[in-house]
Design a protein around this ligand. Sequence first.
Ligand code: S3P
Length: 444
Amino acid sequence: MTHDAAPAPLTAHPSEPLRGEARVPGDKSISHRALILGAMAVGETRVTGLLEGEDVLATARAMRAFGATVEKRGETWHVHGVGTGGLLEPEDVVDCGNAGTGVRLLMGAAATHGFAVTYTGDASLRSRPMARVTDPLSLFGARSFGRSGGRLPMTVVGASDPVPVRYATPVPSAQVKSAVLLAGLNAPGETVVIEREATRDHSERMLRGFGAHVETEATNEGHVIRLEGRPELRPQNVAVPRDPSSAAFPVCAALIVPGSDVLVPNIGLNPTRAGLFETLREMGADLTYENEREEGGEPCADLRARFSPAIRGIEVPPHRAASMIDEYPILSVVAANAEGTTVMRGVSELRVKESDRIDAMATGLRACGVQVRDGADWWEVDGRGAGGVEGGATVAVHLDHRIAMSFLVCGLAAKRAVTVDDGAAIATSFPGFVPLLRGLGAPL
Ligand code: S3P
């Protein structure tokens, strides 16, 4: 848990070229889902490549509290599930730490079980909006009681006689979509989610893998997902691919540190996740896909990133936001090292992540000598050209792993060192980040 961990400042100094291979950890989104669906199948699911970051470990503890057996033997995680509709009432408050995905997916999965669960998390998670999930869950018949503004701690009383739901998501959010689908597992009949723009589809893919009947269709209304309720989920062997959102950090570091050449092997390139890499290529980054292939139904490749002195600012297409929503912080660091201005619009969701990411990045970048303008759902970063960021600042990460990693990468390419006030937050999603970057030659 990050709750009471003492802040651990961490400094990145201007770096020599980064070289070598960066083996990043398993995908956070897929890891949460593998544990949750494994716990809702009857029998033993085996998971390899699971991200052992704090967020996912909190979900593992939660699934035990809901009655599943979750243990690691050797390199494999074994999950003995309790079956659809078979979750048990936890004996205590379920603490999801820093994990928005964890708490929202769990709220969904448990909402169609006839018992109450109280959820909490760290200071970051306790400040984030939960009504986006509890509103649709109320349509199934669940009731929720939380703090003002729909914030944690919150008790959700599950529906003992749930009805299926048809729900159009008001915000582009895979967490909301997934919470509704997981709730729909234990409702009779067909649960339907409609999203205006397609968000990451790991839940749909994995539900199908576990034997649920899920159909998706692009219509005039939007992207429609239909789930047949009360399937018998069959246990699976899940090989979790490496996380493109974690790959983003060594990739972007290599693009902006002079002389770098880094290979990041075996990265999932699911189109609902790969928007950053497309954007970087449009900006003129020397980023290539090697050994393109399919693994476990997901496209993947080895990424090679080389120092790219001529990166240009662009206007990032707003329709691409969902496919790179977690990558705007690190993109803004690349943008600060580009020629010209990078414009990012349609990104109000960044304000309700682990921190207000527009504010956290804008404040830190300004302290490093970069001009940033921002509004409710947009921001612009004026590039200073390769190596042009002054640095020499200490920035606040607000319990946000991606803000911490973004500013450490910033410091590697700046004129003067950059310090983050709390490196401990990084363990949320990327516990080996510091040794991995040091292994490439980064002076952290
Ligand atoms: C996630 C969805 C995204 C993302 C988060 C992981 C998921 O959040 O930011 O890191 O695994 O479903 P939203 O669904 O709220 O956009």
